[in-house]
Ligand binder design. Structure first.
Ligand code: SF4
Length: 338
């Protein structure tokens, strides 16, 4: 039996991030700690712009391969429009020279409108990542997001109607959020047909409103195991829809983890999720054989996560007769199960 690996190839170019912490945000969401998450303090847009100019000059002074630029850490589309224009026009200058191959930003679903995005598209913005977090109204309200499900859905449609690439970010595990709600969020997100998604299970950053709830015993984050299992199930859904998940879990960058009080985090979070998600994908084929498998030739691209983190999935495969001696790696881009 021949079958493909489930993971759509990640063909994204390298993203050069430009952080504008909290810029354009109408309020502080309950869980948000941009300074800790991005490693950048809140600062004036003029300072960010000058740094952006210097970074671009430095990066391309000696050549260097083209990059995609990503404006993160705030609500980019809610910045004063003259600042959005300055950032995008500078990016466009480098794009004309072939050094920038795309421009993306993250923003809130209530900070987009069709006329605005059409203007920004004309200025070179290609991709909008919407921080949806969840579609559940009660959870959105508790998390101080300030919009409801219908606005989140409409925001996604506006990005697509503007002819831009849509990315959806979900944040499972906010106060009141259950794994069943997350399942619904993922199903709805997939139905909106984004080009890609990011899954960031909720962790408690020091100094946030969420940290205060946690310290008072009024919030319990998801366990690591629950978050991995929920994201594995989510990942399987996205595979079915051909949607790439380009990030799972908080980046374990220097200084970030010291700022986290609690919550599901692990340096190998994404790999753990992919390993667990792969098990039912493979075993469905093994079960279809209706006999013990003799050999599975597997592509090198899944080798790193096939057996799960520290081999945690070996016993699950072995229970269906797929022991380690029956799996071999090859350079073909597909599986062959005998
Ligand atoms: S979560 Fe997004 S919108 Fe909310 S405060 Fe943070 S950057 Fe701003």
């Amino acid at each position: 039996m021949i079958f493909s690996p489930p993971l759509p190839h990640d063909v994204s170019p390298r993203i050069l991030p430009v952080f504008t912490p909290f810029a354009g945000c109408p309020n502080r969401c309950l869980y948000c700690a941009q300074q800790a998450q991005t490693g950048h303090a809140e600062q004036g847009l003029g300072i960010v712009f000058e740094q952006f100019e210097r970074d671009l000059e430095k990066r391309f002074a000696g050549g260097g391969s083209p990059v995609e630029l990503g404006f993160y850490g705030g609500t980019f589309t809610a910045l004063p429009e003259q600042w959005i224009e300055r950032f995008l026009l500078l990016a466009a200058r480098y794009r004309e020279q072939g050094m920038v191959c795309g421009v993306r930003c993250s923003t809130r679903p209530d900070a987009v409108s069709l006329p605005l995005l059409e203007r920004l598209k004309a200025l070179g913005l290609d991709t909008v990542e919407l921080g949806i977090q969840t579609f559940d109204d009660a959870v959105l309200s508790k998390s101080l997001r300030g919009y409801a499900k219908d606005v989140a859905i409409e925001g996604c449609r506006i990005v697509q109607d503007a002819g831009m690439t849509l990315g959806i970010q979900l944040l499972p595990g906010l106060p009141g959020h259950t794994t069943a709600m997350f399942r619904d969020d993922v199903a709805l997100a997939c139905s909106l047909e984004p080009a890609f998604m990011r899954l960031y299970p909720c962790v408690v950053f020091k100094g946030t409103g969420l940290a205060r709830l946690y310290e008072r015993g009024e919030y319990t984050p998801w366990s690591l195991g629950a978050a991995v299992d929920a994201c594995a199930e989510a990942l399987r859904q996205t595979w079915k829809h051909g949607i790439r998940v380009i990030r799972m879990g908080i980046a374990h960058d220097v200084g970030v983890t010291d700022q986290i009080l609690a919550g599901p985090m692990h340096p190998a979070f994404g790999s753990m999720v992919r390993g667990r998600a792969l098990v039912p994908y493979i075993l469905r084929r093994v079960d279809a054989l209706k006999r013990a498998p003799k050999l599975l030739m597997a592509p090198q691209s899944v080798r790193g996560e096939f057996w799960g983190y520290k081999g945690e999935c070996k016993s699950l495969y072995a229970a269906s007769g797929l022991t380690t001696d029956k799996v071999q790696w090859w350079n073909a881009p597909f599986f062959c199960l005998l």
